[in-house]
Design a protein around this ligand. Structure first.
Ligand code: GTP
Length: 364
């Protein structure tokens, strides 16, 4: 079985963190998001994965090379963004026409059974089967209406509430028969959601497969923090400290947390729950960190408190600082002593902040 992972998006909603790394390489539980997906594909018996790349393509090739978890990795590299459908069409020569294949939006974390999805597609003799998930607010997703037998009768991308009453949305996980390639033109940007699925629905060749459990789309920053939380709850469950982490005196740790190699934590600090501390992070004494992701190489000074925030790589955070409520600090930024950042403030990479910012603005 082969799979295509769509990995070429710009991730504009995750700026400024996506300015320096592709979204799929954001750490979740201290591993790139893509590692979790590849691990799941390998466990499901997939042997070959095509990474459809464009933005920062070299970052993927450099990190993963030609194999991971026993699977062969191939790269389908676009010269310009071909969007979801165009990227699948470009991967045609690597996928071939022998058997159905999986396609995954790479920014999704889900505990779906790929095997069940593939089986659904086979039983219905479908051209495409979409994994579907129930949500309360459907306005940001592709919404699907189904017959009792699971045939999609309508596919509407980001509908207004009068267009559909369904609560089933496209989960960004598909199985396609190779006939799908006949529906996508070559060498041009095509949206599979807007241009191909509605057409297949009209022809009665699109099916849906409803699943439950974990599903999260990390396209937005608040979901990125939530994904880290869920993953720590479901996959890590306990306190996972690398063997060379140094705790300088008594440190209070509340599971689940994950702390990577060569990280140092000062005495009387409180870490957790739901915290990921990357490699070589340095935490001073009396620091409190809760529900946050700290990227590698960052320094957090004494008596600082971080809650519900994301701190980029190699940032420097002063003493008595407070960062909370979905704030994001970009790579290499510097936050001076006694500053408070709250209510979704975003600090751009390498920026120095000398005064508190209490309203949701971008500090450039
Ligand atoms: P935003 O800019 O924040 O909307 O993010 P995005 O560019 O990643 O777009 P979106 O979230 O809609 O993308 C869904 C999935 O498709 C993600 O895994 C993207 O990496 C991938 N994707 C989006 N556009 C392209 C593209 O042009 N080429 C490839 N290969 N993948 C893409």
């Amino acid at each position: 079985m082969k799979a295509v992972v769509l990995a070429g998006g710009f991730g504009t909603r995750l700026r400024p963190l996506s300015c320096t790394r592709p979204k799929l390489l954001f750490p979740v539980g201290n591993k790139p998001l893509l590692d979790w997906t590849l691990k799941k594909l390998a466990k499901s018996g997939v042997e070959e994965v095509v990474l459809a790349v464009n933005y920062m393509a070299e970052a993927f090739i450099h990190r993963y090379g030609n194999s991971k978890y026993g699977m062969k990795l191939l790269y389908s590299k676009e010269d310009k963004p071909l969007r979801t459908g165009g990227a699948i069409k470009k991967a045609e020569e690597l996928i071939g026409h022998e058997e159905p294949f999986l396609v995954l939006n790479g920014d999704i974390l889900a505990n779906i059974s790929y095997k069940e999805l593939v089986e659904k597609n086979r039983v219905n003799n479908a051209i495409a089967t979409i994994a579907l998930y129930r949500v309360e607010d459907t306005s940001q997703y592709g919404v699907v209406e189904l017959t009792e037998k699971g045939c999609v009768t309508q596919f509407v991308e980001k509908p207004s509430s009068d267009k559909t009453t369904s609560d089933l949305v496209n989960a960004g996980i598909y199985v396609f028969d190779p006939k799908i390639f006949e529906y996508i033109p070559c060498n041009k940007p095509v949206s599979i959601e807007n241009e191909v699925f509605p057409k297949l629905a009209v022809e009665g060749k699109l099916y849906g497969h409803i699943f439950e459990g974990m599903w999260i789309d990390i396209g937005e920053l608040k979901n990125y923090l939530k994904a880290n939380q869920l993953l720590l709850d479901i996959e890590i469950k306990k306190s996972q400290l690398a063997s060379d982490v140094i705790l300088e005196g008594k440190v209070e740790i509340k599971a689940p947390i994950v702390i990577d190699r060569k990280t140092i934590i000062g005495e009387k600090s409180k870490i957790g729950p739901h915290v990921s501390l990357g490699e070589r992070v340095s935490v001073g004494k009396g620091v409190s960190i809760e529900n946050s992701v700290i990227f590698p190489g960052t320094m957090i000074s004494d008596f600082t408190s971080i809650r519900g925030a994301i701190i980029g790589e190699s940032a420097i955070i002063g003493r008595w600082v407070k960062i909370e409520d979905e704030c994001i600090v970009g790579d290499h930024a510097m936050i001076q002593d006694k500053v408070t950042l709250t209510r979704g403030v975003t600090v751009c990479p390498s920026k120095e902040v000398t005064e508190s910012v209490l309203s949701p603005i971008r500090v450039m």
